[in-house]
Design a protein. Structure first.
Length: 562
C-alpha cells in the first residue's frame, strides 16, 4: 500500500510534453509510480477533472526576514508554490556582522518596503555567516522548501562594515568576500545575487553596498559561481533604451562566459510604447545559441502598486496631480478630506493631460478598487466602471469613495507589464524565466506573487493564450533546472513529491485583504488563490481545498553545480 495515490487526473508533468491521463503514487515523500497505479494508497485523492502538476518553484521572493517569524511560506503557498528562492537582488539578512542587523533591516525597509518595526521584532540575528542562517532556517517548521542566493549587499557589509557604503573594496576585502561566498556555496547556496538598480537605496538614502562595487569585485564574485547561477537587478531597467540595456547585460554575459556560470537578470517587462523586448530577446537568443544560459526574468501579471490615501503612496505623483496634491501626506486626516472634497482640487485633477508612457498615468479602466470598507461589494471593479454605473466623472467617483471610506480605500494600479501580447511573447520565449513575484516585500503595495494562479486561470484556461503544458513547465522544471534544484519541478519516478491537484474551472484570485499579522501587528496585503484541491510538499498535504492544513514538511534545498 502506498502512502498516497492521486487517481485519474490529467498529468502535466513539467517537461512541456502533452498532458496524459493517469495516476501518481507516493511513498516516503518521493514519487514511486506514474501512469497506472493498481495498488491502493493510505490516502487516495480522486483527481478526475483536475490537472495534476509538479509543485511550483517561485524563483524571486524576499521572504528572507519573514521566514524567521512565519515559516509557512505565505503568501506563495496559497498559489501552488512548493519551493521558494531567497536573497534576490542582493538583499537579505545574512551574512551579517555582529551588531549589523539594524543596517540590513533599515535597507530592507527602504528598498523592499518591509517595515522595520516588524523585522526588528521578528529577525533574531543568531547568525553571522550565510551557512549559519541556513542552519537557522532548517530548524524552522517550513511550509515550503527553501533555497537561497547569497545577497551581495549583505555579503559586502559583513566583510567591510560601514566602508561597504562608501567605495571600492581593497584586494583583501575582495578576497574575504570570495571566501565567504565559497563557504556559502559549499553550504548549498544557489549562487550570488546583486543589484545595480538606481532606485535601490539604503536607510540613509544612499546607494546600497552592492552599487559601490567595481568591476573587479563583481567579476571575482561571478567567477566564484562556476557551474552555478548568479542574478543581477540591472541599472538600465527603466531606461526604455534597448541599446543601453543590451550593452549593460552584454558586459555581464562576458563575466558569465569567463566564469562558466549561468545568469538571470531582472526585471524585464512589456509595455505599450516601450516595445524593446523583441530586440533584447533576439540578442539573448544569440547568447544562448553559443551555449550560454542567460535568462531574463519576466512575469505573467501586470506589475502593480497600491494607491492608499491615509498614508504615503504614489497618489501625489500622478501626472498632473502633483501640484494640487502637494503636501497632502503631511495634512491631518480632516485636512486630507477637505482637500479631496474641494471642487477646485477635483477640477485640476480632471483637467490633467494624459501621459500614456508614464507608468502612473491615470488609466481608470485599469485602476481597480481593492479594499472598499464602506462597500466591500465594489472590490474588483474598475474605477471607470464605478463612474459609469453612477453617472460620475472618474475623479469624482474616486474622491467620493475615499471620503466614504474615511481614507481607507485601496486601489490597485498596474504600472508596468501592461501589454498582454508582449507579456505572452516574454513568457513564451524559450530563454526567459517566469518570476518577479516579490513575496515578502512591498507588503502594502504589491501582490505580484499571485502570478501562478493568474497565468493558469486567465492566460491558459480562460483566454487560451498559453498552452497548458508550456505554462506548467514555466512554473516548475524551467526554474528548477535553471537554479540547480535537481529533484524538483517534474512528475517522474524518484523525484520529490511536490505536487498540485488543480481544478481549472475554479481557478481564481481571492480579493485582496489587509491583515495585521506581522510582528507588532503591522499590516500587509494578502491575496490568496482558488482552485487548489490539494498541494503536497515532500508528500505531505499542505493545502486542502484552498486552505492551509498546518503541515510543515518543507526542507532547505541545496543547489547542484553543473
Amino acid at each position: 500500500m502506498h502512502d498516497l495515490v492521486l487517481r485519474g487526473g490529467l498529468l502535466v508533468d513539467g517537461s512541456g510534453d502533452a498532458p496524459q491521463a493517469g495516476d501518481v503514487a507516493v511513498d516516503a515523500g518521493r514519487i514511486v509510480a506514474v501512469g497506472r497505479v493498481d495498488d491502493e494508497g493510505r490516502e487516495e485523492v480522486d483527481a478526475s477533472d483536475c490537472w495534476v502538476t509538479p509543485g511550483f518553484v517561485d524563483p524571486h521572493t524576499h521572504l528572507d526576514a519573514q521566514l524567521c517569524w512565519d515559516p509557512s511560506g505565505s503568501p506563495c503557498a496559497a498559489h501552488g508554490v512548493t519551493s521558494v528562492v531567497l536573497g534576490l537582488c542582493g538583499f537579505g539578512v545574512a551574512p551579517c556582522p555582529p551588531d549589523g542587523g539594524e543596517y540590513l533591516l533599515r535597507a530592507l525597509e527602504v528598498v523592499e518596503e518591509i517595515p522595520y518595526g516588524a523585522t526588528r521584532l521578528g529577525v533574531p540575528f543568531t547568525w553571522e555567516t550565510w551557512r549559519e542562517y541556513r542552519d537557522h532556517l532548517a530548524q524552522q517548521p517550513l511550509g515550503v522548501n527553501v533555497a537561497g542566493f547569497v545577497p551581495h549587499s549583505s555579503l559586502r557589509y559583513a566583510v567591510m562594515g560601514d566602508r561597504a557604503r562608501q567605495g571600492v573594496a581593497t584586494e583583501a576585502e575582495r578576497a574575504a568576500m570570495v571566501a565567504a561566498l565559497e563557504d556559502a556555496l559549499d553550504a548549498g547556496a544557489i549562487g550570488f545575487a546583486t543589484s545595480r538598480g538606481p532606485n535601490h537605496v539604503d536607510g540613509f538614502g544612499e546607494p546600497v553596498p552592492s552599487r559601490h562595487a567595481d568591476e573587479a569585485e563583481l567579476a571575482a564574485l561571478v567567477a566564484t559561481c562556476r557551474g552555478r547561477l548568479w542574478q543581477i537587478n540591472v541599472e538600465t531597467k527603466f531606461s526604455g533604451d534597448a541599446e543601453a540595456l543590451r550593452s549593460e547585460v552584454g558586459q555581464y554575459v562576458e563575466w558569465t562566459r569567463r566564469a562558466g556560470a549561468r545568469m538571470t537578470w531582472t526585471p524585464f517587462y512589456a509595455d505599450r510604447g516601450v516595445e524593446i523586448w523583441d530586440e533584447v530577446l533576439e540578442e539573448n537568443a544569440g547568447w544562448n545559441a553559443e551555449g550560454l544560459r542567460i535568462a531574463p526574468q519576466v512575469t505573467a501579471v501586470p506589475i502593480t502598486l497600491l494607491l492608499r490615501f491615509d498614508e504615503r503612496s504614489v497618489f501625489t505623483a500622478i501626472p498632473g496631480w502633483t501640484e494640487v496634491l502637494k503636501g497632502y501626506f503631511s495634512d491631518s486626516p480632516e485636512e486630507k478630506k477637505r482637500r479631496l472634497a474641494d471642487p477646485e482640487v477635483r477640477h485640476v485633477m480632471k483637467q490633467a493631460e494624459p501621459v500614456p508612457r508614464n507608468p502612473l498615468n491615470p488609466d481608470f479602466e485599469q485602476w481597480t478598487l481593492t479594499v472598499v470598507p464602506s462597500a466591500p461589494e465594489l472590490s474588483g471593479r474598475s474605477l471607470a466602471q464605478l463612474a459609469r454605473d453612477t453617472g460620475r466623472d472618474p475623479v469624482d467617483a474616486l474622491c467620493d469613495q475615499i471620503l466614504a471610506d474615511d481614507l481607507g480605500t485601496l486601489i490597485d494600479v498596474p504600472i508596468l507589464n501592461r501589454h498582454v501580447p508582449g507579456v505572452v511573447d516574454l513568457i513564451s520565449d524559450p530563454h526567459t524565466v517566469v518570476g518577479l513575484g516579490d513575496a515578502g516585500a512591498h507588503v502594502m503595495s504589491v501582490t505580484n506573487y499571485r502570478y501562478p494562479t493568474f497565468l493558469l486561470g486567465e492566460l491558459v484556461h480562460r483566454r487560451g493564450l498559453v498552452p497548458l503544458e508550456a505554462a506548467i513547465r514555466l512554473l516548475t522544471s524551467a526554474p528548477a533546472e535553471l537554479h540547480g534544484l535537481a529533484d524538483r519541478g517534474r512528475i517522474r519516478e524518484g523525484a520529490a513529491a511536490d505536487l498540485c491537484v488543480i481544478d481549472p474551472d475554479r481557478l481564481a484570485l481571492d480579493p485582496v485583504e489587509v491583515v495585521h499579522d506581522l510582528p507588532g501587528g503591522a499590516p500587509r496585503l494578502v491575496q490568496g488563490g482558488r482552485g487548489f484541491r490539494a498541494v503536497y510538499v515532500n508528500g505531505e498535504r499542505t493545502i486542502a481545498d484552498d486552505e492551509a492544513t498546518g503541515s510543515r514538511p518543507g526542507q532547505m534545498l541545496s543547489a547542484q553545480a553543473s
